[in-house]
Design a protein around this ligand. Structure first.
Ligand code: ZN
Length: 269
C-alpha cells in the first residue's frame, strides 16, 4: 500500500505524526494523530503527546492492526478513548488493554454497555494525555451516550460517528434536536480544528451533499479533492472544521427542522 501523507482537504499538512520513519518529525508540545484503518471503513486514531510521548488509541475495534500501529510507534499505550458503544468502535478494547495495560476512558452515561471504564466521563470533563488536556464534549444523537474528545493543543477533534466529513451520524438513538445541538457544539470550535471522525465516508457522503446543495462551490471543490485523494488510495480524514462549515450540509442547516428533513432524506438516498 502506498504510504499516505496526511493532508487536510485543502492540501496543507495538518499537525499529524505521519506513520513510519517520519513519525518523529513533529516534536512540539502538542497532540498529533495518525489514522489506523480498520475493519471495512473505520479509523482508529493513534494520538501522541509531543511533550511526554504519552500515547492513546481511539476506538480500537480491531486489535491486530491497532497493536501493529502501537508497536510501530514504540509499543507504549497510556489511554484507550472510546467515543461510543458500537462494536465497530469498542470490540478490541479489552484485548488491547490487557496487552498494554492502558486505562480506558468512556462515557459515564453508557458505562453499562461499554468495556469496563477506568475513567467515566461526561460533558466538560478533562482527560489528560501526558502533559496535554483533552476536553470531553457530550454529543448525543447517533447514540445516547456518544462523546467527542477535543484537544485544543494540536487542534484535534475525535468525533466518532457524530460529525463525518460532508455528513453526520445516523439518528439511531437520539432525536434530530439532540443531534443538531451536538453538531452546533462542534461547529463552535476553532475553524482550524481537524475533524478526526470514525469512518472513511467522504465519497458516499459527497454524493448526497451535492444532491442536496448542488450550487455550493466550496462543496464541489471539496468533493473533487476527496475524489482525487481516494483515487490515490489516501485518506480524506482528517478534514478541517472550516471546510465542513462551508461544505457539509448537516453543519449548514440553520435550524432543527431543516436538519431533520436533511437527515431523513439522506436515510432514503
Ligand atoms: Zn456508531
Amino acid at each position: 500500500m502506498k504510504a499516505p501523507d496526511f493532508r487536510l482537504s485543502d492540501g496543507r499538512l495538518h499537525a499529524i505524526a505521519v506513520c513510519g520513519r517520519a513519525r518523529d518529525r513533529y516534536s512540539g508540545r502538542m497532540i498529533t494523530a495518525q489514522p489506523v484503518p480498520i475493519l471495512k471503513d473505520n479509523y482508529a486514531w493513534l494520538l501522541r503527546d509531543g511533550a511526554t510521548g504519552a500515547v492513546a488509541i481511539v476506538d480500537p475495534a480491531d486489535p491486530a492492526p491497532v497493536a501493529a500501529a502501537i508497536d510501530a510507534a514504540g509499543g507504549r499505550l497510556d489511554l484507550i478513548l472510546l467515543t461510543h458503544h458500537h462494536n465497530d468502535h469498542i470490540a478490541g478494547t479489552d484485548e488491547i488493554r490487557a496487552r498494554y495495560g492502558a486505562r480506558v476512558v468512556g462515557a459515564r452515561a453508557d458505562a453499562h454497555r461499554l468495556p469496563a471504564l477506568d475513567q467515566a466521563v461526561g460533558e466538560g470533563d478533562r482527560v489528560a494525555l501526558g502533559a496535554t488536556q483533552g476536553r470531553v464534549i457530550a454529543t448525543p444523537g447517533h447514540t445516547r451516550g456518544h462523546i467527542a474528545f477535543y484537544f485544543a493543543d494540536g487542534g484535534v477533534l475525535l468525533c466518532g460517528d457524530t460529525l463525518f466529513t460532508l455528513g453526520c451520524g445516523r439518528l439511531l438513538e437520539g432525536s434530530a434536536a439532540e443531534m443538531f445541538a451536538s453538531l452546533r457544539k462542534l461547529a463552535a470550535l476553532p475553524p482550524e480544528t481537524g475533524v478526526y471522525c470514525g469512518h472513511e465516508y467522504t465519497e458516499s457522503n459527497a454524493r448526497f451533499a451535492l444532491h442536496a446543495d448542488p450550487e455550493n462551490a466550496a462543496l464541489r471543490a471539496y468533493a473533487e479533492r476527496a475524489r482525487a485523494l481516494r483515487a490515490e488510495g489516501r485518506p480524506t480524514v482528517p478534514s478541517r472544521l472550516g471546510d465542513e462549515l462551508a461544505a457539509n450540509p448537516f453543519l449548514r442547516a440553520p435550524e432543527v427542522a431543516g436538519f431533520a428533513d436533511l437527515r431523513a432524506r439522506k436515510d432514503r438516498f
